[in-house]
Structure formats: structure tokens, C-alpha cells
Ligand binder design. Sequence first.
Ligand code: NAD
Length: 485
Amino acid sequence: MKYPEVQNYIGGSFFHGSNTKYLDVISPIDGSLLSKVPISSKEDLNHAVTKAQNAFLTWSKVPIKERVQVFFRYKVLLEKHMLELSQLIQEENGKTLDEARAEIEKSIELTEFACSLPQMTGGEILEVSKGVECRTDYYPVGVVACIVPFNFPSMVPNWTIPNAIALGNTMILKPSESVPLSAVRIAELLKKAGLPDGVFNIINGDREIVEAICDHPGIEAVSFVGSTKVAKLVYARASSSHKRVLALGGAKNHLIVLPDAHPSMTASNVAASMSGCAGQRCMAASVMVAVGASEKIIEQVCVEARKIIPGQNLGSVISLEAKERIEKYISEAEEQGATILVDGRNIVVQGKENGFYVGPTVIDHVNTAMKVATDEIFGPVLSIIRVKDIDEAIAIENASPYGNAAAVFTQSGGMARQIIERASAGMIGVNIGVPVPREPFSFGGWNESKFGVGDLTGKSSIQFWTKLKKTTTKWNPEAKTNWMS
Ligand code: NAD
């Protein structure tokens, strides 16, 4: 075992869970045992909530301009430890080192945004009638809990940590049990950056601890990022105990390629979108809807896909179970009559024979009844559906229950505008295969890709992480009295 057992982080110290149950943390690159992660008990959660509640009493009173000083220092620490943090992500998640580094760069960007929050939370003041003024102030919510998935061990926790904490909340993070090691380093760096003990805590575990978080009366808000199945459960359960909840779910993203699309730009974008992070991104291209004459672009997508080599510029998928699931989808599509143009099944990477690799896969002549057209595969697989016109393309995109991202590839502004207006997704790309909005714009999908109001990142997150107080004031006794004052 390369690393010691993961511990919970509560009140500024690391603790073994009170339970004796542990899960293995396996490196998907080579199948080796990296560590073990505890299945925490309700008592461990109570301990974390108590520490976070105590810390809230003082942290929430610190002016925001002082609170963000921690994140100025945290940003510098992320920069300083870039290589080490990226290597750890690569080991536990399996993505390439470049992709892991990009994740830290994104974490830095998210932290920079949090440092600008004092400028965005000034509130408003207005004289609403003669001598009477109204003002608004943002107040933190309290103890908040963030439950995160395996695919971005640093970026997704950092979607919430800097904003929620800078806005005065104290936090309990529940990392994915598959990738709990990066969270340990996040805790260490936050402490080094001067974050007071108890403001940030980590509780490890799986389903049971998530349910305990949803039920805990001391937690005021829950954010969740993961699959739609679990997002629905968390949203329903945490809402029923009167918490505010934002639950981001899975995705099935459609890239609509029009006949006038720029061939090489489109092909490289589509191939990169479907294979980046081994397709384990909620923003990954999953279906290419090819409108009209598209033979040449499909050929070029295959050329680009063949340049993506497992173990070199393509990382592993998270587990053997994931590899088998993805390969089953490909085989089923083949049995149902689809054409496998590029086949990523049965890949063995030399020197990493025990790793969980799936090569880039392009499946042509997919129809809407096939599972590869409708299910979130979460692997480097692109399903191509050929259609005659934009109406047919939009109908396919609109029929998906998800709605995270969609993209259009075209050189016509008018055509692009039509797709932007008619696609049922929260994030749209025009000639961009992974249309992640950058701060201050917020990240968030529609339909079954997100449950709850608002977004978790960017400006929109201020509403989720704060409560608005409205104060109406009159100092001058001569001011005219009206019906309300
Ligand atoms: P997951 O839903 O299996 O797990 C997410 C979290 O929920 C983990 O911390 C896990 O421990 C916990 N969990 C798992 N099963 C649970 C259950 N039955 N009850 C309560 N908690 C449970 O997701 P994952 O496999 O870790 O991540 C991949 C998924 O996340 C994909 O569907 C992907 O699209 C999605 N995702 C979405 C976004 C987004 O912004 N919409 C971003 C990243 C990932």
C-alpha cells in the first residue's frame, strides 16, 4: 500500500473513523493498492458537525475581506504544489498528467474568483421613500456539506470550497470513496493557508454517510455532484429535512455537426471532447448528430480518434467495473447493427497490464433506440447518429432526459443561433466541444442534469451559499409616514 490509510479531517486534525470498515483505494493506472478509506459512522459525522458549528460562530463574523486572505494564500500554495497535486490526481483517478494539471489550474481559477467575492457582495442600498432606506446584506447559511464524484478529485471540491467558505460558511466535504487522497492534500493546504480549525472538515464513506448528511439537522445546505440516480435521491432526501439543496447529475451531451462545419477544427474538437479524461466528464461529447453530408467529417473524426493512444495521451477509466460496462455498451451496439469505426475494446497498455484502459471508440450508424444513443456511458465513446436536417437533430437532443451541455459546429451564425435557442441544455458550445463557462459565469445544466435552483459556481453561487437580509431604516422623525413605515 503506497499511502497510509486515509483519515477523516475534523476540527483541524486527522482522525481514524470510529468504524473498522475500510474500502480499498485502487490506482486505475495499474490496479495497485494505493490506500484504504474509512466508512465513517454517524458518530463521526456528529463530531464533524459539532466542530463546524463551533467554528461557524467565529468564522461567520470575520469580515469577508479578511476571509478571502486565506484563499489568496491557498492559490499560491496550489501553484507551488502543482506537480505533486497533479501526480496524485493521476495516480488515484487515472487521467493523464496534463489533464490532472489542468484540473489544478482550474482549481486556481476558482480560487481567484472567490478572492473577488468581496467586490460582488456589497449588497444594495436605496432610498425607497423620503427618509427611508432599504439595504441588503448577504449572510452565510451555516454548516454546509458537499458531496463529490470521482472524476475531478480537485476541481469539483474546489467548485464549492473557496466560494462557500469565503462567504462565511463552514463545510464538511464527503469525497468520492474512489479518489479520497486529493482531498487530504486540500485540507493540509487550507490549514497551511491559515484557515481556522473546524471551518473545513472531511468525512469519508459511501451511501450511508451521504444519507446521514442528508438527514443531519445541524447541516443547513447540501451540494451534490454525481450521477443523476444519486442526485435525485440526495435532492429528495435532503430537501425533505428542510435543507437547501443543489444536486448536479449526469449527462448525455450532443454535438450537432452541420455540413458547413470547418472540417479539421470540428474533427479535432469532437475527438478531444469525447476522449478527454477518458470520456469521464459530465461535459464530454457522447453523441455526434451528423446533419446531411457528413462523410468527410466522420472520416476525419476517426483519423483524430486514432491519434489518441491509451497510456500516452489517454488515461484509464476509474475501475475494472467501468471498463467492462463501457465495453458491453460497444458490443451491444455492434450486435444491434451499428458500425464500430474505431474500436477501443480489449486494450492492454504495455507495462500497465493491470490498468483499466479503454481506447477511443467511434460508433457509426447508431439509431435512437440503441442504449449508446441514450445512456450516459462515461467512457471515451462517440455514437454517431446521421440525420437529414436540423429539426431532426434538435428532436434527438431535446428527447434526452439530461441537459448538461450541447454544441453546434457550423460556420453560419444563423444556424448556430437556431441551435442555441432550441437545444434543451444549460451550457452550449459554438464550435467548442467542451463548453465549460469560466468564472464569473456559472456552471450548471438543465433537466435531469441538475436539481435545484441556481448554480454552484460563479456569480450564481452567491445566492446558494448565502441568505439575503433586507433592512429598512428611518432615522429622521420628520420623514413622512406611509403605509409601511
Ligand atoms: P456517483 O453518483 O456514483 O457518486 C457521487 C457521490 O455520491 C460519491 O461521493 C458517492 O460516495 C455517493 N454515492 C454513491 N452512491 C450513492 C447512493 N446510492 N446514495 C448516496 N450517495 C451515494 O457518481 P460518480 O460515479 O462518482 O461520478 C460520475 C457521475 O458524476 C457521472 O454521472 C457524471 O456525469 C457526474 N458528474 C456530473 C457533474 C455535473 O456538473 N453535472 C460533474 C461531475 C460529474
